[in-house]
Write a protein that binds this ligand. Structure first.
Ligand code: ZN
Length: 469
């Protein structure tokens, strides 16, 4: 039975991966792309915003950002009515669960289904789910993800997820568990993953080390292992706050509604980063992302990021995530300082209230902040010449926006932006979305495979789960 399964897996894998080989030809590697005449939101403090500007890309790199660039050889993409900005960076996402969409109504159901269904995944299920999630990300303008993988009892599962990430065209961190079935990783399996990434990662994939399940007494050893292998991030879900003597700049606190002032003090002292889950935590009733508390407590803006967390439950939508962060920060700020609020059913803060977390701050956390949290700020996160070309164009000439440049552009993006406004996505200099359409991928097939995968997983788990809900 085992042998038959493996054979089927290999054949299936070959079909899937073979079919995607043409995808590698897409884009402009070795050529130039000129994004012309858009509102450039560089997120680079020296360049700032350009009301009308160009961005030149060559060999996967940002070459120039300026008011008017002459590049006669370049493929020109008209950016009239568009915002040109760095791609969004998310920092904590259990991507294998994306195909369980529609199943987990709250936290209890999420944990239940994770427990009973995950053991029934095959490598092709992991592949289908991660590929589905990855294309959802690209479609929404997210160019980098941190795949917080969680099931690595078989290298085939790990490989299937890594293969799906590379095929999709995303830049990604693949989280590798430091503890697998009670045993510390460190030997052959982890090195095998590193070798695979070096050989197949196309300079877009790298590994992080996940410490979930590591006992306090093993934290030092596990962290040193990650540091020796230059992995980044190295972290558990709590950012190592349980062992602050070990924790440091490679660690990420996830979620955050339960953070105490004392914990925030440790985060500041140790340069520990944050991956908020601004859509999941309110959805499960856990609380709002504590943006105001973090900033008021001294956590630097560039250490704060958003994460998708569980796309089976909430949408892959960087605009909605950042919107939730801005709105939460405002509520928390008003709550912390009651002065100036009108009485009655409508509570209105006093005119002239200065918001601690601005729209531009939110965009920074969604781009440069995410890059900094993942240890990639020297490569991505802003439109800075010399950085890798992860660039998106957002179409402001749609019914939910106005194509004006003398208005608050960050506010328009965050309060009004939708994934549907993402017109163009370029990752490592390759065009992955153009004119609002994903390039070179049969999206219907990706959707069908994810849906079929969910059905098959549920059928296999039939003895323990009521699939008739
Ligand atoms: Zn998580």
């Amino acid at each position: 039975m085992q042998m038959i399964n493996k054979t089927i897996v290999i054949v299936f894998t070959f079909i899937l991966f073979g079919a995607s080989m043409g995808f590698a030809q897409i884009g402009s590697d070795g050529n130039e792309i000129l994004l012309q005449g858009g509102y450039v939101l560089s997120m680079d403090s020296e360049i700032g915003d350009l009301t009308s500007g160009d961005v030149l890309i060559r060999d996967g790199q940002i070459i120039e950002v300026g008011a008017s660039i002459d590049a006669p050889q370049a493929q020109v993409i008209d950016a009239t009515g568009m915002v040109i900005m760095p791609g969004f960076v998310e920092t904590h996402w259990h991507m294998w669960e994306s195909s369980l969409r529609g199943m987990a109504n709250d936290a209890a159901e999420y944990f239940y289904y994770s427990e009973v269904l995950t053991p029934h995944y095959t490598p092709e299920d992991f592949h289908a789910a991660v590929r589905y999630a990855a294309l959802d990300a690209i479609n929404a303008g997210i160019t980098t993800v941190h795949n917080w993988a969680g099931v690595q009892n078989d290298f085939e599962n790990v490989q299937a997820e890594m293969q799906a990430l590379v095929e999709s065209g995303l830049r990604a961190k693949m989280g590798y568990l430091a503890i697998i079935e009670g045993e510390m990783t460190g030997g052959a399996e982890l090195n095998r993953a590193i070798d695979w990434v070096n050989e197949n990662g196309e300079q877009r994939l790298s590994l992080s080390l996940l410490l979930d399940g590591v006992q306090a007494v093993q934290m030092q050893t596990a962290t040193e292992l990650g540091r020796t292998l230059n992995l980044w991030p190295i972290t558990d879900h709590s950012g190592g706050l349980g062992t602050p003597e070990v924790s440091g700049e490679e660690f990420i606190v996830t979620h955050g509604p339960g953070l105490t002032p004392e914990a925030i003090e440790i985060m500041v002292e140790k340069d520990i980063k944050v991956a908020l889950s601004p859509l999941i935590d309110p959805m499960i009733g856990g609380g709002l992302p504590p943006v105001y508390e973090l900033l008021a407590g001294g956590v630097p803006l560039e250490n704060i990021s958003f994460s998708v967390d569980v796309s089976a439950q909430t949408p892959v939508d960087p605009f909605a995530s950042l919107r939730a962060m801005v709105n939460s920060a405002r509520m928390q700020q008003v709550e912390a300082n009651q002065a100036g609020i009108t009485a009655g059913t409508l509570r209105i803060p006093a005119p002239g209230t200065e918001w601690l977390f601005s729209y531009r701050d939110a965009l920074l956390t969604g781009t440069y902040g995410g890059a900094n949290v993942l240890g990639l700020a020297d490569q991505i996160g802003s439109l800075t010449p010399g950085k890798r070309a992860d660039v998106i164009m957002v179409n402001m000439n749609m019914i939910n926006m106005l194509p004006l440049t003398d208005v608050n552009i960050p506010m328009q993006l965050i309060q009004h932006g939708l994934p549907a406004n993402v017109d163009t996505v370029i990752i490592e200099g390759k065009i992955r979305k153009l004119n609002g359409e994903i390039v070179g991928v049969d999206m219907q097939q990706v959707i069908n495979e994810a849906a079929q995968s969910q059905t098959e997983i549920r059928n296999r788990a039939d003895e323990v789960i009521d699939t008739g809900r």
